[in-house]
Design a protein around this ligand. Structure first.
Ligand code: MTE
Length: 300
């Protein structure tokens, strides 16, 4: 939040969704029913206990701000996230620059408590606030020829010190097959723990795909492009043998340098054992059908 925060003057569930409130008129601030919509619970949320806000916001991967887990919390403070727009292009009926206010004004925000599994074999449980990516794609009007969705993060080396080095080929890029992108579990998150998204977690808008390794969940998105060809993705470009396009969580396919059979829950304490990693990060009932007939040891 910039300057005087709405959190200073309004109860949390209301300022969270202030853009919707502005669109609907200030009188709605007094409507109690609205709080329910804003904090709508989801059948897709896990019952597992979430990690603490401090764990979620101090142990991050956001290489635009540095390589250490603590770098994003230190360095992302100065990132300007207002104004913000997402360019939607390619095979859509209504291409253009969509301002964040426009994106959020009719977005059905929900709390989604998701398991989050990094390819580095650590995991967390994170209470995101967001809406289904399908909502935005439908708003833009996906054309019949579209088969993939390509995403890009902001490039702004003045505010993103990691981008002054060639540690990765900027912008950070990610992609999904269209059916993965349209799946109801796939969300664009704009907050967590009932607050606007902290910069280090990908403010103001980032992808969350809970059945895939965390690097697919691209942060601080400025571009969404619908294409008919599989897009280039950052880690696949960096090292195709280690990081596939699909990158579904899969305990049976080891990373060339470590096993993916188990994971360490961040914050669990030094005496807690590792947990077994579950196929599709536990979301198999919802998503396994997307990969029917595919050999996931080859299409990893
Ligand atoms: N998005 C961008 N733009 N840059 C990044 O470095 N890191 C990815 C993903 N999205 C990354 C990114 C990786 S490796 C992970 S594990 C998650 O973000 C981490 O998300 P978190 O810090 O919110 O837990």
């Amino acid at each position: 939040m910039r300057g005087l925060s709405w959190s200073d003057v309004t109860p949390k569930p209301q300022w969270l969704n202030r853009r919707q409130l502005m669109a609907g008129g200030a009188a709605l601030l007094a409507t109690p029913a609205l709080a329910k919509i804003e904090a709508a619970k989801s059948r897709f949320s896990t019952d597992a206990a979430p990690n603490t806000l401090s764990e979620i916001t101090t142990y991050n991967n956001f290489y635009e701000f540095g390589w250490d887990k603590g770098d994003p919390a230190r360095n992302a403070r100065l990132l300007t996230t207002d104004p913000w727009a997402v360019e939607i292009s390619g095979l859509v009926d209504r291409p253009g620059s969509y301002g964040l206010d426009d994106i959020l004004k009719d977005a059905p925000l929900e709390e989604r408590i998701y398991r989050f599994r990094c390819v580095e074999a650590w995991s967390m449980v994170i209470p995101w606030i967001g809406f289904e990516l399908a909502h935005l794609l439908n708003k833009a009007g996906v054309q019949p020829g579209a088969k993939y969705v390509a995403f890009e993060t902001l490039v702004r080396p003045e505010e993103m010190p990691g981008q002054t080095t060639r540690s990765l080929d900027w912008p950070y890029r990610e992609g999904l097959r269209l059916d993965e992108a349209m799946h109801p579990l796939t969300i664009l998150a704009t907050g967590l723990y009932g607050e606007a998204m902290p910069n280090q977690n990908g403010a103001p808008i980032r992808l969350v795909v809970p059945w895939k390794y965390g690097f697919k969940s691209i942060k601080s998105i400025v571009s969404i492009r619908l294409t008919d060809t599989q897009p280039e993705t950052t880690w696949n470009m960096q090292n195709a043998r280690e990081y596939g396009f699909y990158s579904n969580v899969n305990p049976e396919v080891s990373h060339p340098r470590w096993s993916q059979a188990s994971e360490r829950r961040v914050g669990a304490g030094i005496f807690a054992g590792r947990e077994d990693t579950v196929m599709f990060n536990g979301y198999g009932a919802e998503v396994a059908g997307l990969y029917a007939g595919m050999d996931l040891s080859k299409d990893y």
